[in-house]
Write a protein that binds this ligand. Structure first.
Ligand SMILES: [Mn+2]
Length: 321
């Protein structure tokens, strides 16, 4: 059991450390932030100095989770730098220097194509979310699972499993959630904050993106996008297009959904989702990105027409495999 050894290695180091900095990946999602918050609370409970170092804004729908745990600048070099839900060092790019300044580096992650960029990595690509691994780690650390920790882990696991609908949802996930209820989990306010709290500007941006929707590959794939102009026109922020990909994935007969978001440099951040048989993880990898079999991403060069062309060809090819 290699993952058990990996976990024990990190447990020993965390127990011995006095200060730990947590590094969730850029473009934080519910798993990266939820797992980090749970770890932060647990390590503080153990009497450690711990904060979450971030390099970009917390997306609006997750802001309620940060009760003073996140910092934008490190005020000291920690004993341990711990990357969270992060498969590659490029996802902590602007914090790299601080990360490697610590005498110990570690990571906890569940990405399929994980690059070992730290001394101690606890990685299990079978885990539905990093939150699942954090749950196990906290048990080993012997911390008390408080209602706040339970809420944070719930957000991590719920968001990465698409509210317990994706293929990564399994018996273990539900058993963990059952235990979180015993810790005092209250899920309704969390679901309301995350799913029923959408700004009107976001809905307007989604309407614009749906107008550009294109179905191809014999109805098996669909593609849409948000340009900076569209985002501005809807009075929205770039992160407000983040949920579009799930909307596209929900279309009848569609196996692969693709969504592009223009970046300030004119290139495009691309998200992929697959429903049942396609492997968008290796597809993204071939395009220089990464992720999981059913959820992945990459960056493609603009202009838009060029990006759309490359992606449609790549998806067509993947579907023909
Ligand atoms: Mn994750």
């Amino acid at each position: 059991m290699r993952t058990m050894e990996q976990m024990n290695g990190i447990v020993q180091k965390l127990k011995a450390a006095e200060s730990i900095l947590l590094f969730p990946h850029i473009n934080m999602d519910g798993d990266a932030l939820g797992s980090s918050v749970a770890l932060c609370l647990a390590l503080r409970q153990m009497g450690k100095t711990c904060s979450i170092l971030i390099e970009d804004d917390i997306p609006d729908y997750l802001k309620f989770m940060d009760k003073g745990y996140c910092i934008a600048h490190a005020d000291h070099i920690p004993d341990i730098s711990l990357a969270v839900d992060c498969g590659d060092v490029s996802r902590i790019e602007n914090r790299r220097e601080v990360f490697y300044a610590a005498s110990n580096t570690a990571c906890i992650d569940h990405h399929l194509l994980h690059a070992d960029f730290a001394q101690d990595c606890f990685v299990d690509p079978e885990a539905a979310a990093t939150g699942v691994l954090v749950f196990k780690l906290l048990k080993e650390l012997g911390v008390e699972c408080t209602p706040e920790i339970a809420d944070a882990l719930y957000v991590a696991i719920m968001t990465d499993t698409g509210s317990f609908r994706y293929a990564n949802t399994d018996r273990q996930v539900h058993l963990i959630i059952a235990e979180l209820y015993e810790c005092g989990l209250t899920h309704v306010p969390l679901c309301n904050a995350i799913y029923d709290n959408i700004p009107l500007s976001q809905i307007k941006l989604e309407a614009k993106a749906l107008e550009n929707l294109e179905i191809f590959a014999g109805n098996k794939a669909c593609i849409s996008y948000a340009t900076l102009e569209m985002i501005k026109g809807a009075n929205a922020t770039p992160d407000q297009s983040e949920n579009m990909i799930d909307r596209l994935r929900s279309i009848k007969d569609v196996e692969v959904a693709i969504f592009l978001k223009e970046k300030p440099d004119g290139n495009y951040k691309v998200s992929f989702r697959a429903k049942s048989y396609a492997d968008v993880g290796s597809l993204a990898y071939r395009l220089g990105g990464g992720g999981h079999q059913k959820a992945s991403g990459c960056t493609v060069e603009g202009p838009l027409e060029n990006a759309l062309c490359i992606l449609k060809d790549a998806v067509q090819e993947e579907l023909n495999r």
